[in-house]
Design a binder for this molecule. Structure first.
Ligand code: CUA
Length: 316
């Protein structure tokens, strides 16, 4: 029904139906209440206008039952909107465990995307139908926002941190991609397409350009060139903690706190190493701010994710 309006593009993800149902309910409820209130207002104004012969006897002065009714009914309605909205919110904000991961860097005024096998795209994103896709996103300059109306998903893309967005396309086709946060002169031109393909077509497309280096491989090169391995090496006398198998674990920090070793933690530890010191180590590491760009950071983190857990080095 909604999809007949050009305002609402054909739903094309598993999220879309949920968002549409909630939205439709809210519009219907608002419409119903607006009509009810406006109707009563006009009706009473006409009926009880000055000089009319309407019966004015027996006007009520307080009724506990009536007051309970108009207190409890709106409470139940608004709480059900809250619970329903929270359910959809959790669905949108919690990607499933098994996702296809893609890196996204926004900059004025384009979207740069990279698949984990290395294939790069600009202002276009190719994905297979029926597969959950997770985007890890950041910005090189100002705040942008990644918005695909047909999927009913949108997330801000912020400088200095990672945000994620996930969706599972349900229909092959080409869908508009917009930047939904004003970011300067050519904000309105910061658009693109999401191309949803059949899985076999997608595989053929993905393998089409063999020149690209995977982010993990590129990250390994950066790791070597920046000299990270000098300290972060199980056999180096442990000036820095080993990074093998560290991703996804909880890290004990100096002072007794802990931190989850996720993308954001690794990024911070590269750019601002003094922010969180791993328990048992000295704050010796210099910042790598300015030496490695946003794409490089994502690549190094992809490389760290691929490091297998190593046998405990024994910090003696
Ligand atoms: Cu990028 Cu608006």
């Amino acid at each position: 029904m909604l999809s007949d309006l050009p305002l609402f593009p054909q739903p094309a993800s598993t999220t879309a139906a949920q968002v549409d149902a909630l939205y439709l309910f809210l519009v219907a409820l608002s419409g119903f209440l607006s009509l009810l209130i406006a109707g009563l207002l006009v009706g009473f104004a006409v009926r009880y206008r000055r000089g009319s012969r309407a019966d004015r006897t027996g006007a009520g002065h307080g009724s506990t039952r009536l007051e309970l009714f108009w207190t409890i009914t709106p409470l139940l309605v608004s709480m059900s909107i809250f619970v329903w909205g929270a359910k959809v919110f959790f669905h949108i904000n919690r990607p499933p465990d098994d996702t296809m991961n893609i890196l996204v860097v926004g900059k004025r005024w384009m979207w740069k995307l990279q698949h984990l096998n290395g294939r790069r795209e600009i202002n276009e994103l190719h994905v297979p139908v029926g597969r959950a896709v997770k985007l890890t996103m950041t910005s090189e300059d100002v705040i942008h926002s990644f918005y695909v109306p047909a999927f009913r998903v949108k997330a801000d893309v912020l400088p200095g941190r990672y945000t994620t967005l996930w969706f599972e396309p349900t229909r092959p086709g080409r869908y508009h991609l917009f930047c939904a946060e004003y970011c300067g002169t050519r904000h309105s031109g910061m658009t693109g397409w999401v191309v949803v393909m059949q899985p076999q077509d997608f595989q053929a497309w993905l393998g089409g350009d063999a020149r690209d280096v995977s982010p993990a491989r590129a990250g390994e090169r950066l790791f070597t060139n920046l000299g990270c391995a000098t300290c972060h090496n199980p056999g180096s006398g442990a000036r820095g903690p080993s990074l093998h198998g560290v991703y996804g674990t909880r890290i004990a920090l100096k002072g007794g706190a802990t931190a989850a070793a996720d993308d954001g933690y690794l990024r911070e530890s590269i750019l601002d190493p003094q922010a969180k010191i791993v328990d048992g180590y000295e704050p010796l590491m210099p910042t790598f701010r300015g030496l490695v760009g946003e794409e490089g950071l994502m690549q190094i983190i992809e490389y760290i994710k691929t490091m297998p857990p190593a046998p405990a080095p024994g910090k003696s």
